[in-house]
Design a protein around this ligand. Sequence first.
Ligand SMILES: *Cc1c(COP(=O)(O)O)cnc(C)c1O
Length: 391
Amino acid sequence: MPDPTQAAPQRAMPYLPFTRPTIDVATIAGVADVLRSGWITSGPYVKDFEARLSEYVGGRPVRVFNSGTCTMEIALRIAGVGPGHEVITTPLSWVATSNVILEVGARPVFVDIDPKTRNIDLDRVEAAVTPATRAIIPVDLAGLPVDRDRLHGIAGRHRLRVVEDAAQAFGSRWKGRRIGSFGDFVSFSFHPNKNITTIEGGALVLNDQKEARLAEQYRLQGVVRSGYDGMEVELAGGKFNLTDVAARVGLGQLQRLEEFTDKRRDLAHLYFKHFAAPRVRELGLGLPPEDFGHSNWHMFQVVLPEERLAIRRAQVMERMHAAGVGTGVHYPAIHLFALYRKMGWKDGDFPNAEYAGRNILTLPLFPAMTGSDVARVVDTLAEVLKGEMKS
Ligand SMILES: *Cc1c(COP(=O)(O)O)cnc(C)c1O
């Protein structure tokens, strides 16, 4: 028998993941229509999705693919980057950014990050340029754009191609202009964690129809069709096409981009408000730049104060998880992975990226979150850290 004098047991708070896609019922119904239509791989929805993305970036050619990763590999191939060439990039990114450089046979050249923006330090890029340098792959970490004026200035001076890894920056702007609407190659990802999703998928913004045609060839076995039965193959393409089912998800997502971005921005404002409380500020966490003009707030990341903490990030994450709050790591420094160490990189090569790689922590941020979720995240983090500060 339950004891009637006891208060009802508190319902446990639902687990708060660090991210979660928002897929609406109209999109789900639209996907069902595609599944019933008899044509489920690349077809009319892919064409429509490409047309709308092209509209979004001011009319530049856009092609869609089954990942963001392959778009960067294909951009490098179109640019003619290969063995004997160097590509400058950041050590603080998803490992895809530098794996694609290896994939085309070139060598990554890492340049440390600016600890304030957590993006590649543009002050150090020109010193890394050699006669073998062909391209730069900047990354807009957490959606905060790399300074596009300086970036394209440097690329222009040294005649380098740019493959913007804007996987996290769909919806971001540079001085009012949409990321993707200018520059050289621009790569987006539609992985479920990104600001809009196609489940898996990506898009590449190109400069002209010639590049777009090459992108189509690299996307599907190098095949070029003509007339009723004509088929030619001139290059060894791969298998990177997006399905119509995925494109239909993307079309439903794209319609809500502005709403999603606004919601993320509001939640980021709230994070700053809660982190400004004196009892939280004294914990000494590194906060992202308060940039409300450019970023799409793909993530809200803090950097734990390693010197002052008696516990490591893994324990912080474990305790947050136990308290019902999910967190993530984006990312460990790339040059310290075994594959890259074997190629000669070592501890101490890029101290700013290494410090961030050890201590950066992604907090929950997604459109379906509420203001009280933000308060709960900051309270939980402050509670976990409070008892673990070295005096
Ligand atoms: C997600 C992501 C990628 C790769 O995108 P996929 O669609 O997963 O292939 C590349 N770079 C960065 C910075 C990313 O966040």
